[in-house]
Write a protein that binds this ligand. Structure first.
Ligand SMILES: *Cc1c(COP(=O)(O)O)cnc(C)c1O
Length: 368
């Protein structure tokens, strides 16, 4: 297909595979000879049933999800799950609190939301500067907790867990919104995994939730019916109208991953892309600085500052502007942290990361 004029490094909604967009375009007006668009199909039609069923089967294959886990597709984004998780799980052990491992903005937000519904224990000392995943030996986990919550990849700060926390039997809940399907994970270690689609697996509107069966059915009586895992599981995500088009796109992304070597290949690619960029940062004699400690660095969102005098905001603006003129777009860091953020999700090709790397080297040469 036609080569795009820009390379999109957006943190989300983010780049989708070209093939997925082309396929959606081809099927846009007339899906599978139905004569209508996916957008116009009843969510209870046989055709949509195929779409959602296929998406679930492909996801199960890709992640090797064990049979005692349910998969649902819901609305509300990652943020919706910040509320749904405590509303469904806080009463697992009546009177108990939930442990939150806060390592960046997203887990901080989820802990704050959970506090509305129950007692929360923050297992790490409070900080504003998120630059590391502290060693598990320093955590203050409670053996009595209803669940332990963490965010696998902090999209804003660029901090990623390189391991799965050990909770000694307490159900583990994970926000994988920005790194799901970018590496192999042992699903059996988790109680709940959720992910909004628009970072790594589709377009905005749909949220994926994977839930271990024995954790279903404990929701708080005030839990909105839409957020109740039992309702959504019991109705195969069709209690009310689900985000049909977004689920369709997610299904196409799953097929694309399967056709491109599966999760193992995505993992390899992400390692390769992130290594290209971190090597340039680390070999820049301080021109580029990554504030994240080496073994906590994200493979998906690479954050750095520019300037031998540290955080030269004028130079950072120049970098973003000149990159944009060269077709390298959406590189501005999150407004809460500043600097540069390069998001390289599954859909970003290795050669695209290389192209940005070339630009970074040239920019340093010309601005040192
Ligand atoms: C983007 C993001 C969210 C929030 O997702 P919404 O769909 O906007 O609610 C939550 N967690 C992580 C890790 C994210 O990257």
């Amino acid at each position: 297909m036609e080569e795009k004029k820009v390379i999109n490094f957006s943190p989300g909604p983010a780049k989708l595979p070209e093939d997925v967009l082309a396929r959606a375009q081809k099927e846009f007006l007339n899906f599978n000879n139905t004569g209508v668009s996916v957008m116009e199909l009843s969510h209870r039609s046989a055709d949509f049933s195929q779409i959602i069923g296929h998406a679930e089967r492909d996801l199960r294959d890709l992640l090797e999800i064990p049979d005692n886990y349910k998969v649902i597709f819901v609305q509300g984004g990652g943020t919706g799950q910040f509320s749904a998780v405590p509303l469904n799980l806080i009463d697992l052990k009546p009177g108990a609190s939930a442990d939150y491992i806060v390592t960046g903005s997203w887990s901080a937000k989820s802990a704050k939301e959970a506090e509305k519904y129950g007692k929360i224990n923050r297992v790490l000392p409070k900080t504003e500067k998120y630059s590391v995943i502290p060693d598990q030996s320093t955590w203050n986990l409670s053996p009595e907790a209803s669940y332990v919550y963490y965010c696998a990849n902090e999209t804003i700060h660029g901090v990623e867990f390189q391991f799965i926390p050990e909770t000694n039997g307490v159900p583990l809940v994970c926000d994988m919104s920005s790194n799901i399907l970018s590496k192999r994970v042992d699903v059996s270690k988790f109680g709940v995994i959720f992910a909004g689609a628009q970072k790594n697996i589709g377009c905005a509107g749909a949220t994926l939730v994977i839930i271990r069966e024995d954790l279903i059915g404990f929701s708080d009586p005030i839990c909105p019916i839409l957020m109740d895992y039992k309702t959504q599981v019991g109705n195969n995500s069709l209690y009310n109208t689900p985000p049909t088009y977004s689920i369709y796109i997610m299904g196409l992304v799953f097929q694309w991953i399967k056709e491109h070597g599966g999760v193992a290949q995505m993992e390899k690619n992400s390692r390769q892309k992130s290594t290209i960029l971190y090597d340039i940062i680390d070999n820049s004699n301080g021109f580029y600085q990554c504030p994240i400690e080496r073994d906590s660095r994200s493979r998906m969102n690479i954050t750095f500052r520019i300037g031998v005098n540290f955080e030269d905001e004028a130079l950072e603006k120049k970098f973003i502007d000149e990159a944009h003129q060269n077709g390298l777009i959406s590189l501005k860091g999150h407004r809460s942290v500043g600097g540069i953020r390069v998001s390289i999700y599954n859909a970003v090709h290795v050669h695209e990361a290389e192209k940005l790397g070339e630009f970074m080297k040239n920019f340093q040469r010309l601005n040192i």
